[in-house]
Design a protein around this ligand. Structure first.
Ligand code: PBG
Length: 307
């Protein structure tokens, strides 16, 4: 039996089990480094991340989405040794006490910050899939629980499924960023992940916010290609999509409250226009009302004790 980490959630109220805390590990960081706009979230070094996770576990958070930012940029990414080291260290230490999802994308590795390998202002799909496949394999070998491709290129989930079977990882799990909009709410993230795109924007691979049919279709495609879990992002620009996606695919579907959404709550509270916990709780409650089966939020560790 393959474990279902995030089953369809029938309960009406928020609980800790459905929350996923994003974490950043940056090879350039010595111990830890503040992240502008994201409150208590920091970039960690590959050793200090252990203490950070221990603290979150004590608060009752056990699901983590890991973003790894390596030193070296690569035109054709194929060296994922830093990623391997970090994932291995974390899983060796915590084992099954945590569920470790790894964001699988090329934007913090490529020279131009694009989510794929580029050639003359467009994406080279074959080279992109090849690199993503190497990455995902490495993460699984290191002990990752769930691969979370966020590149939004055509047929990535299908490609990963194929190579997982070839490499003896048939039971591996994929959480696809299946409906991901080209959004202006990713600002703080791109600052930490050093992934702002150069030369052209992401509209050739991310979705336009105005097209509901296309947005739902994208998740249906990822389901057909073999994703175990689907996700919409940004959360607040997708609340009307979650129910439809679940109805069409019968798969657990989560929402990602992205960096810009979360930073806006922080800014409101800093300006004394509202209370941080109240703002956060309200915004997450609405994602739950929209039937999200799991929620990725930078505030997971802060809200845990209120649930
Ligand atoms: C990379 C990626 C992005 C986010 C998650 N993975 C940014 C982007 O697409 O530019 C955004 C997360 C956030 O803003 O919190 N593909």
């Amino acid at each position: 039996m393959i474990k279902n980490y995030f089953p369809i959630d029938q309960s009406k109220s928020l609980n800790k089990k459905i929350l996923i805390q994003p974490l950043f590990v940056d090879q350039k960081v010595k111990n830890s480094k503040e992240i502008k706009g994201l409150g208590d979230n920091k970039s960690w070094s590959s050793s200090s991340i252990i203490k950070a996770i221990e603290k979150d576990l004590k608060k009752g958070i056990k699901n983590f989405l890991l973003f790894i930012v390596p030193n070296k940029k690569q035109k054709h990414p194929e060296d994922f040794s830093f990623h391997y080291e970090v994932i291995r260290k974390i899983k060796n230490y915590f084992g099954k006490d945590i569920v470790l999802l790894i964001d699988t994308c090329l934007c913090s590795i490529t020279v131009d910050g694009h989510c794929g390998v580029t050639h003359k202002k467009s994406i080279d799909l074959n080279k992109t899939h090849y690199s993503l496949g190497l990455a995902a394999n490495t993460y699984l070998e290191a002990g990752a629980d769930i691969i979370a491709p966020s590149d939004m290129m055509k047929n990535t989930t299908k490609y990963l499924r194929k190579i997982f079977v070839q490499n003896g990882f048939s039971n591996s799990q994929i959480m696809s960023y299946s409906t991901k909009f080209k959004s202006h709410f990713y600002g703080p993230f791109r600052d930490v992940a050093k992934s702002s795109p150069k030369g052209f924007d992401r509209s050739s691979y991310q979705l336009p916010v105005e097209d509901k049919v296309k947005a739902i279709k994208s998740s249906i495609n990822n389901a057909a290609q073999g994703a175990n879990y689907l996700m919409v992002k940004p959360g607040m620009t997708s609340i009307d999509l979650i129910r439809d996606i679940k109805k069409e695919t019968l798969l657990p579907t989560g929402a990602y409250q992205v960096s810009g959404e979360y930073a806006s709550l922080q800014m409101l509270s800093k300006a004394k226009f509202g209370n941080y916990v109240d703002l956060l709780l309200e915004s997450l409650t609405v994602l739950k009302r929209a039937q999200a089966d799991f929620i990725i939020t930078y505030g997971a560790r802060d809200i845990a004790k209120y649930l």
